[in-house]
Design a protein around this ligand. Structure first.
Ligand code: GLU
Length: 476
């Protein structure tokens, strides 16, 4: 790469505050950043904004990283932790004081808090902006605590948002905001800009809720005499009722979706396309296909609506597209979680066959266990709707005949089982359906299932005969 091209490289970051697990909105922001970077051959970086020591903890950081990895996101450089850069923020604040672009504010924090409470929209008076050097020295000598504030001059700040277009703000609306608190900690605005400069971020893609912060950030870029990155603010994620997505709408944590049996590919796919025109023709897309189609301009200016029904539909499609081998490990874990398989128990061929039978039907991965218990256990009860639909007083007698026919089979593959059942129906002078449905109820306890002859052959003769006996004894 030539020298001139170096600084043109796209560099974006996802910058979560580890005050809670990764939620859908955050994941969506991360996905857009990642797709943007990958579609431009750029870099995707991760920064943990953990300056709020009281509200951040390592366990949450690990959870966020875990969720990002689960979604298939990878980052190109070492993770930056803000908590490891506190000295740098202090130095950078000093630098701005020296340049006369920031100043020490000795105002009493409590007084300011009081004033904030009384005012509708509080703005700092600028009192300490005009302290004489002598007053400042005296305060410092007396060990008076101080915060550092940036000077905001009258004027307009504008940027061309890649999603929202031209946005202009009068600095009248801002005040000399704090960049370093009296406890030596940077404010969010300051740390973000210092780090985005340090990480050479070229595009800031983040939630629309950050739009009011952007003018402040631009002021800081200018104070540091740095090129302002491009901004793209993603519209909010709403629930189907049009309200901001929250717990009221159900699960909001990425880890909860994982737990519920969603495939990362489906969550990724859905969060990448909602509120965009990325997938006008085809909605089921792989990460690779999404990269190829990605353009931040395809993000609509209106809010994105998160509909779990749509995600379920997408999950079903993604599951059915996968091979049994690809699903094997995760399905084994689910069977173990539902205590259908013991830890360490290996029945690979059997499980692969189950997956192949079920993967076109399940909506969530957990359905393999919820709907497929009969692959491991004899039915403990029988679905009453199915019974009332398909069972009558002759059924037990019919099943006895079927049982005998199956018992005599040499080969117990699905074709032979089906042949035996149809022949039995003929002999009894009844429709095959009059045997097929009760046969299904006997084997699975359910009124619907994948191909019952395939199921019977997987279960093997002994279990099939036993289950027929069970239901015959129960209802005779
Ligand atoms: N840490 C901020 C948040 O979690 C994001 C900061 C940014 O993207 O500029 O909302």
């Amino acid at each position: 790469m030539q020298a001139g091209q170096m600084d043109k490289e796209v560099r974006v970051r996802f910058a979560p505050s580890p005050t809670g697990v990764l939620h859908l909105g955050g994941a969506r922001t991360a996905i857009h950043n990642w797709l943007f970077a990958r579609s431009k051959g750029g870099k995707f970086l991760l920064r943990i904004e953990d300056t709020d020591v009281a509200r951040s903890n390592r366990a949450t950081v690990s959870q966020i990283i875990d969720s990002l990895r689960w979604l298939g996101l990878n980052w190109d450089e070492k993770i930056v932790f803000q908590s490891e850069r506190l000295d740098i923020y202090r130095k950078k604040a000093e630098e701005l004081i020296e340049k006369g672009l920031a100043y020490r504010c000795f105002c009493d924090v409590k007084e300011i808090e009081e004033a904030k409470k009384d005012a509708k929209s509080y703005k700092y008076s600028g009192k300490c902006r005009n302290l004489t050097p002598e007053e400042v020295r005296r305060n410092l000598r007396n060990g008076k605590p101080y915060a550092v504030r940036i000077k905001i001059d009258p004027g307009k700040i504008s940027w061309k948002d890649l999603i929202y277009g031209e946005i202009e703000v009068d600095t009248e609306e801002l005040d000399d905001f704090i960049i370093l608190r009296s406890n030596g900690m940077p404010t969010y605005h300051f740390a973000v800009v210092v780090d985005d400069i340090y990480m050479k971020i070229t595009h800031v893609i983040r939630g629309e809720d950050h739009i009011p912060n952007t003018p402040k950030h631009i002021v800081l870029y200018k104070a540091f005499n740095q090129r302002v990155p491009k901004f793209a603010h993603l519209p909010l994620l709403l629930g189907v009722d049009g309200k901001r997505l929250s717990k009221r709408h159900g699960a909001t944590g990425v880890d909860e979706y994982r737990e519920m049996g969603f495939l990362p590919e489906a969550v990724f796919n859905y969060l990448a396309i909602i509120g965009t025109s990325i997938s006008a023709d085809n909605q089921i897309l792989t990460a690779e296909e999404l990269i190829n189609r990605y353009n931040v301009k395809k993000v609509a200016r209106k809010s994105a609506v998160f509909d779990v029904k749509k995600l379920e539909w997408m999950n079903k499609k993604h599951i059915s597209k996968k091979s049994a081998e690809e699903l094997y490990n995760v399905v084994v874990q689910i069977f173990q979680r539902y205590e259908l398989l013991k830890a360490g128990e290996v029945r690979k061929d059997y499980i692969l066959n189950i997956i192949n039978l079920m993967k076109g039907r399940v909506v969530k991965l957990t359905d393999f266990a919820k709907w497929g218990k009969y692959f491991f256990l004899d039915p403990a009860d029988y679905d009453s709707d199915a019974l009332s639909k398909y069972w009558d007083d002759k059924t037990c007698e019919f099943l006895k005949v079927l049982k005998q026919a199956l018992k005599e089979l040499q080969k117990f593959d699905s074709g032979s089982i089906e042949g035996a059942l149809r022949k039995t129906a003929e002999r009894l002078g009844i429709k095959a359906a009059q045997l097929i449905h009760p046969f299904r109820i006997a084997l699975t306890g359910l009124g619907v299932s994948p191909d019952i002859f395939e199921i019977a052959s997987l279960l093997k003769k002994e279990a099939v005969l036993r289950r027929l006996d069970n239901i015959i004894n129960f209802y005779s």
